[in-house]
Design a binder for this molecule. Structure first.
Ligand code: ADP
Ligand code: MG
Ligand code: ZN
Length: 609
């Protein structure tokens, strides 16, 4: 439809141009007057005419004062018979220059034929353009498979190097080897070493997989062909496979080079795991990738890099030797890496001198590189909106909370009662978190609503930890339940504000039993198999591998852990009433408490004995 309109407009444009040209010829511009034949005879007899030009049925007369006049005559009559018939003085004519222009010239055509031809040309042209439009989309449909071949241009403008990737030291170390392979293949061939064909980058979303792959190409200075797994899958069956083929053809012509398949899980899921036929297309695409990877010679120096955040769903055939046998895991950045990533991204962002990126890194435990980059961007936006010239600490903190929980909603009207309930709820979380030595220290409490939360308490571990003990989980459950418990104690009724706390506490308790083997009664084993099945577009996750009787036991154990957490929280809430009231009073007054303000009320955090 868009095409049709475009063609129509194009055609209208052409028409207007023709019309303009035509009228310029026909009107013969400016000060030309059309006069009758008698006037001409008179002028000739009075010797006012210097030149006569005859063309077709038109006579153009040039007068002594330079003016021009046009006279029409019948085409069949010649000028001389006309003049003799009308009694022109022959002697006076000798002073007039008379010339005859070929009547079948441009003028003749424009004036006599074009008016008839133009409508036909217009209609014919319009039909032609329409046909071409229709055919165009047809032929495009037919060449779906190859049409993106032109998209497989080496990605030159997005050059990156290892310098752009902060942290991720181990991953970079492993990928350096790949760079070596690409730069000095001979060194390896001479010793009979086979160059690996595929490297699989594994890591959570936003950890820099795409960035790393690009930087490998940048370091090795080879072309980089980028394609995302989902791009292989199109409307027509077979398109994916043919795209894979043309991608690899391109790559072979440009070897040595890197082929990067992003989000490979979109095509590389375990075959045969879907119910229903719609996955044939994916399977064909995957098969084609496997065939292509087997097909190129070890001497061709093409390295395929693929990235995914779902290694668990990949087809085992992809992981077999000779395919993606190198696997590089990229972890979420730790404290030091986070600081480095922030440092990479503050380039061309003016930071106020008071900004301490280490503090920001401390508060962003569990954030990915992409989220950190996003925080700096949000902070810059916040600062710009307040017309600041630099980014300050408060912008960064605000940005962290905005990314973590959602934007502040100062305008939300809350009643005093609601405010009070929220204050007690958050104070409960903070109090219990503070007085359990194993729990993470409180960084901030706020009763300003943000995103979907009425208030929030921010805790952050003082250091990154990768293993957690059972006692930590129990204390986490206690902290989660505390808000609910304080509400119940003070107001002797509960609100819906604690729903997500309870849900998180329950799922944590479930993991303790079914995943971590931390239940004394059920022993060190896992329950339930997480298997990926897709049925009618929904993923069915858990497969039961235990009996009804055990299911009951699991429920009991979950409740047991919840009760343990509850007991710990209850003791603290009972013993620290004074502190609780002090926190609530401060919150009602200031709405947010930073770490130092909070600790001046409750004292320093007790340490683990
Ligand atoms: P993934 O492909 O793993 O989802 P990307 O490579 O697309 O993640 O990363 C998104 C963005 O996050 C990058 O463009 C970069 O700006 C930032 N980023 C992620 N990790 C890092 C890192 N280690 N160093 C610097 N920037 C990073
Ligand atoms: Mg990516
Ligand atoms: Zn809560």
């Amino acid at each position: 439809m868009k095409n049709l309109i475009k063609n129509f407009l194009l055609f209208l444009g052409i028409f207007l141009i023709i019309a303009a040209v035509f009228s310029a010829f026909a009107g013969n511009s400016g000060d030309v007057k059309t006069v009758g034949i008698e006037t001409l005879i008179n002028r000739v007899n009075q010797e006012e005419v210097t030149e006569l030009v005859v063309s077709g049925n038109k006579i153009t007369a040039t007068l002594k004062d330079g003016k021009k006049e046009i006279i029409s005559k019948e085409p069949s009559e010649s000028l001389s018979t006309l003049f003799s018939n009308l009694g022109v003085d022959k002697n006076k004519l000798t002073n007039v220059k008379i010339s005859v222009k070929d009547a079948s010239g441009w003028d003749y055509f424009l004036i006599n034929i074009l008016p008839f031809l133009l409508p036909f040309l217009l209609v014919g042209g319009f039909i032609f353009f329409m046909m071409r439009g229709v055919q165009g989309s047809n032929s495009r449909a037919m060449s779906f498979g190859q049409s993106t071949a032109k998209d497989f241009k080496p990605d030159e403008k997005n050059r990156a190097t290892f310098k752009d990737v902060a942290g991720a030291k181990e991953a970079k170390e492993e990928l350096k080897e790949i760079v070596e392979f690409l730069r000095f293949p001979k060194k390896f061939h001479d010793l009979g070493a086979k160059i690996p064909r595929g490297v699989l980058l594994l890591g959570a979303p936003g950890t820099g997989k795409t960035l790393l792959a690009r930087s490998v190409a940048g370091e090795a200075k080879v072309p980089f062909f980028h394609m995302s797994g989902s791009e292989f899958v199109e409307m027509f069956v077979g398109v994916g496979a043919s795209r894979v083929r043309s991608l690899f053809e391109k790559a072979k012509k440009n070897a040595p080079c890197i082929v990067f398949i992003d989000e490979i899980d979109a095509v590389g899921r375990r075959r045969g795991s879907g119910l229903g036929g719609s996955h044939d297309e994916r399977e064909q695409t995957l098969n084609q990738i496997l065939v292509e990877m087997d097909g190129f010679e070890a001497t061709q120096n093409i390295i395929v890099i693929a990235a995914t955040n779902r290694p668990d769903v990949l087809d085992p055939a992809l992981l077999r030797p000779g395919r993606f046998d190198r696997r590089v895991t990229i972890d979420l950045p730790d404290l030091k890496d986070r600081e480095e990533i922030l440092n990479v991204h503050i380039k061309n962002k003016p930071m106020s001198t008071g900004v301490d990126l280490k503090k920001i890194a401390e508060r962003t435990s569990g954030f990915s590189g992409a989220e950190l980059a996003n925080i700096l961007n949000e902070a810059a936006i916040l600062a710009a909106r307040e017309n600041k010239k630099e980014i300050f600490n408060e912008d960064l903190f605000e940005a962290i909370e905005k990314v973590m929980i959602g934007p502040e909603r100062k305008s939300r009207v809350i009643t005093d009662k609601e405010k009070k309930i929220t204050a007690y709820h958050e104070a409960g979380h903070a109090l219990v978190a503070h007085f359990i030595p194993e729990a993470d220290p409180v960084h901030k409490i706020s009763i300003i609503s943000r995103g979907s939360a009425g208030g929030y308490t921010l805790k952050a571990p003082s250091e990154d930890r990768h293993m957690h003990a059972k006692s930590e989980f129990i204390s986490e459950i206690a902290v989660l339940l505390a808000g609910h418990m304080v509400e119940k104690e003070i107001f002797s009724e509960v609100t819906t504000g604690a729903t997500s706390d309870l849900r998180r506490a329950t799922s944590l308790a479930r993991s303790l039993v079914t995943d971590y083997g931390m239940s004394d009664h059920l022993g060190p084993r896992t329950y339930g198999q997480k298997e990926e099945m897709i049925f009618l577009g929904r993923e069915i996750h858990e497969q039961r591998d235990y009996s009804e009787k055990v299911a009951e036991k699991i429920d009991e154990e979950i409740s047991g852990f919840i009760r343990q957490g509850e007991a710990i929280a209850a003791v603290i809430i009972r013993d620290k009433k004074k502190e609780l009231e002090a926190i609530v009073a401060a919150l009602m007054e200031k709405e947010t408490l930073e770490k130092t303000e909070f600790e001046s009320i409750v004292g320093p955090k007790p340490v683990v004995a």
